[in-house]
Design a protein. Structure first.
Length: 173
């Protein structure tokens, strides 16, 4: 595990914007439309590799998979990876009022455009229908494998080593 006693390590929190091709597959999953499973797996693998590469390229200390394997939104992740929930009733477009927080109120213009491009729909009408159990073991293993492959192929470097080299060359980072 990376650590630093002299500065705060950098990363980000939350999902990163998914590439259009990946969003198309995720929308097909969400809507129950047919899609090519092998092409989806390849697209997901390649998308994770690219987002990890970009994070390493900009110098983040701690990279992640952008949460690309978690469907269109983390909240829909529950429906895919846990038993005991189902969706009933009308599927509304957009974000349900229950999850609209201060950021969505204060940056409404940004989110109006963002939500249209991300495919947020069908995020209401969920009910508890049985015992809650984790069922996403295969998806979790796929996410781990995709991230490991991406991280091993990316130039994720130890920033402390870069700092030592810079100091030894008389440069300050």
């Amino acid at each position: 595990m990376k650590r630093s006693e002299r500065r705060i390590l950098t990363t980000h929190v939350g999902s990163l914007v998914r590439p259009l091709r990946l969003r198309e597959f995720l929308a097909a999953q969400r809507d129950g439309r047919p899609y090519d499973e092998a092409a989806f797996e390849t697209c997901l693998h390649d998308s994770v590799a690219e987002v990890v590469r970009k994070q390493a390229e900009i110098g983040l200390d701690i990279v992640n998979d952008g949460e690309y394997g978690k469907t269109i939104s983390w909240s829909r992740y529950v429906l895919r990876r846990l038993s005991g929930f189902e969706q009933r009733g009308q599927r509304e477009a957009g974000m349900p009022a229950a999850v609209v927080g201060r950021d969505r109120r204060e940056f409404a213009e940004f989110y109006a455009g963002y939500d249209r491009t991300q495919g947020f729909s069908g995020m209401s009408g969920w009910v508890l229908s049985g015992p809650i159990r984790y069922t996403g073991h295969a998806d979790l293993q796929r996410d781990i494998a995709n991230f490991k492959a991406a991280a091993s192929g990316a130039k994720v470097t130890d920033r402390r080593a870069r700092e030592r080299r810079a100091r030894s060359q008389g440069r300050i980072l």
